[in-house]
Design a binder for this molecule. Structure first.
Ligand SMILES: Nc1nc2c(c(=O)[nH]1)N[C@H]1C(S)=C(S)[C@@H](COP(=O)(O)O)O[C@H]1N2
Ligand SMILES: [Mo]
Length: 320
């Protein structure tokens, strides 16, 4: 029902799997032989090329003239509160015995095809992955440009077949208080949750990332699979997803529950709507040295052409 429109850039070549994933995700390799039979059952529009070559950058998302944030910054300056509140905590604490492979993700709620997948099998069922360079703007007024690997969320939605009553999708991060000490605390309503409307989720920009710079996601970036909605503040991009549910009503989200006046459900990047405690007009560029500087923030983070129509007639100040 919510089949994504086939776009000019969805050529077989754009859905290839970078070599790094094959080399590093052993489980993926092990199941290669089985995958083909499963993909053959999918409609042609969902099938990508099944052989893995490097260089599968989707040409529609190259971001000409923009500098990619260095890998050290993308993997060393993180927000992942389950693993500490400082920017350098997740790269350390999320890598002390927390296992993110194998990993089961559950697709459920109001859909025809609820299912559990090991993440590598899901990637295979959806025909592989592609690379996209996206701007990444945190609500805290800093930004990066990240080369993600992954697949459009619309592909997963088409596979799950949401029912007509499904109007939103809720994303739920992992919950494992035995391993994650912060999740034993009652100060936050764990697990981390986020949400999108179905119209937002089927927009071509909405992406499920499984890698960065052609390598599997590091734990601190939300391994093995996390949401990326580049026209929204980074907190919408829930990490290390355990569940994706189709729901009828606007789902609860962790930050909105914590501070509804500061973190709205929409959270579209908007230089004209300040956070109650700071301006959103400019952003600090992360990486590339101490003096990388600042730049003006763009409406919808520079993706107005792609997503502006989703919000036609909506008061963006009220629906922040
Ligand atoms: N589960 C979970 N997801 C999360 C967060 C978090 O604390 N926990 N932080 C969010 C915020 S505020 C941002 S800016 C991005 C940061 O992603 P990155 O560390 O890969 O840049 O992840 C988002 N997803
Ligand atoms: Mo953020």
């Amino acid at each position: 029902m919510y089949l994504p429109k086939r776009r000019s850039w969805e050529l077989p070549d754009s859905a290839l799997t970078p070599e790094g994933h094959y080399l590093q995700r052993r489980e993926f390799l092990r199941t290669l032989g089985l995958g083909l039979a499963a993909t053959a059952l999918l409609p042609a529009s969902l099938r990508g090329a099944s052989s893995g070559f490097p260089g599968s950058l989707n040409p529609s998302f190259k971001l000409d003239g923009v500098k990619l944030t260095p890998l050290e910054s993308v993997t060393g300056y993180n927000n992942f509160y389950e693993w500490g509140l400082s920017k350098d905590a997740p790269s350390k604490l999320a890598n002390q015995g927390w296992k993110t492979e194998p990993w089961t993700i559950e697709i459920g709620g109001l859909c025809e095809k609820p299912a559990k997948f090991e993440v590598n099998d899901l990637i295979k069922a959806l025909g592989g992955i592609e690379q996209r360079n996206y701007r990444h703007r945190c609500v805290e007024a800093w930004s990066m440009v990240v080369p993600w690997d992954g697949f459009p969320l619309a592909k997963l939605i088409a596979l799950a077949q949401p029912k007509a009553e499904a109007k939103f999708i809720q994303f739920t991060s992992f919950f494992d208080p035995k391993i994650c000490e912060a999740q034993r605390s009652k100060n936050y309503p764990w697990p981390y949750t986020e949400g999108l409307t179905i119209a937002e989720a089927t927009n071509e920009l909405a992406f499920l990332a499984t890698g960065i710079y052609g390598k599997p996601l590091r734990n601190q970036n939300g391994a093995p699979i996390r949401l990326v909605a580049p026209w929204k503040y980074g907190f919408k991009g829930a990490k290390s997803l355990a569940k994706i549910d189709f729901v009828a009503a606007q789902p609860k989200t962790l930050w909105n529950e914590m501070a509804p006046d500061e973190y709205g459900f929409y959270a579209n990047v908007n230089p004209e709507v300040d956070h109650p405690r700071w301006s959103q007009a400019n952003e600090r560029i992360i990486g590339g040295g101490f003096f990388a500087g600042k730049k003006p923030t763009l409406k919808f983070n520079g993706y107005e052409k792609e997503v502006g129509s989703l919000y036609a007639g909506l008061d963006l100040r009220k629906n922040f």
